[in-house]
Design a protein. Structure first.
Length: 355
């Protein structure tokens, strides 16, 4: 965590919620609220003058929406933005426009508010380290609104049987929603079965899976306990549950989703997923660790590599936060580092050689 004070600017059209956030952040010894705005137009005038380190912003605001605001504003003022969102699919469009991360708006009860404040504090600190990725207008034009599924293009014709014993596990955190999409959209419809843990709250994982399913060639869905892992299917760990890979009765593999304790500070945890792959997958196994703060997944990836897995770490230059991949690389868990856009070709070349 930084030793300096983090200057935060709050954007929210609700005076009640805006005051609640400002009052909480003002009580944090290493955070200074330098200003606030009641909509995006107000924010656009004030932020360049106040020069905050991090912006918190409501997703749903009257007038100029968050997507248009960020894609016009961030190229000129690359300041990390943490979204404050209700359970809304629009959050993924705003993330694609350049926001670093998001926090789910609380119900107005004590427990929910305490969880929200804790998450907001953590996300602000992480955002203060983050690189801002400014997306083009073309890329951010209502991608989530698309109703057409990407064309199903197979690449491994005739190899599905051999790939039934292959499991690809991917883990990501801050910046991972867009980084994971960048990887998956370059993979073929018949990719070996994939399992993904992305740090994300309950409810959002289902919407994220739906979004990926519309934009990628393979089938993507939120995992349910007992789902079978198979070629052409990507399973996303559900928010607020752990997910493991286990052997199934037919000799293949399935996922076990369950409530439990946080591991490495998270539920779902990348370490839980990777360790289960190391322990239970006897066939070809591949681990990919991507952008995110902290070390979740590093030890699990090391266990995978010790069990013969091919492991890929996202490189520093392409990470929003070079934390999880850095720790994994430093402890010897990574076979090869690659940029986000190069990871698909590294993965596909390995699959072609090993099939």
């Amino acid at each position: 965590m930084p030793s300096k004070t983090i200057k935060v600017f709050v954007v929210d059209d609700s005076s009640l919620f805006r005051k609640m956030i400002i009052d909480y952040l003002s009580s944090c010894p290493d955070i200074q609220v330098v200003g606030y705005a009641f909509n995006a137009y107000d924010a656009r005038k004030k932020i360049p003058l106040l020069k905050p380190d991090v912006i918190t912003m409501d997703v749903e605001m009257p007038g100029l929406n968050g997507i248009d605001f960020l894609k016009d504003f961030l190229p000129l003022h690359p300041i990390p933005v943490v979204l404050v969102s209700s359970l809304n699919l629009n959050v993924f469009d705003v993330l694609s426009a350049g926001a670093v991360d998001f926090v789910r708006k609380p119900d107005m009860n004590i427990v929910s508010k305490e969880q929200f404040f804790s998450a907001l504090n953590s996300k602000i600190h992480i955002a203060s380290f983050a690189k801002v990725r400014c997306a083009s207008r073309k890329r951010t034009t209502s991608t989530a609104a698309s109703t057409t599924t990407a064309p199903k293009k197979p690449l491994f014709a005739g190899k599905q049987l051999s790939f039934r014993s292959t499991v690809i596990a991917l883990g990501a955190s801050t910046g991972g929603t867009e980084a994971t999409l960048a990887v998956l959209k370059q993979l073929p419809a018949d990719i070996p079965g994939m399992v993904i843990t992305q740090h994300m709250p309950e409810g959002f994982t289902a919407m994220y899976a739906q979004r990926l399913n519309k934009l990628c060639q393979m089938e993507v869905r939120e995992a349910k306990n007992g789902d079978q892992i198979r070629p052409g299917l990507v399973l996303i760990a559900p928010g607020s549950q752990q997910m493991e890979v286990v052997r199934s009765a037919n000799g293949g593999y399935a996922v076990r989703c369950f409530s439990g304790q946080k591991v490495s500070g998270h539920m779902p945890s990348v370490d839980v997923l990777f360790r289960s792959v190391a322990k239970n997958v006897v066939g070809n196994k591949i681990g990919i660790i991507m952008t995110g703060m902290g070390k979740d997944g590093a030890e699990g990836l090391l266990e995978m590599r010790k069990k013969g897995a091919f492991t890929i770490g996202q490189d520093k230059a392409s990470c929003v936060v070079y934390g999880m991949p850095m720790v994994a690389y430093n402890i010897g868990a990574v076979s090869i580092q690659a940029g986000c856009e190069q990871i698909p070709s590294v993965l596909l070349n390995h699959l072609k050689k090993s099939s």
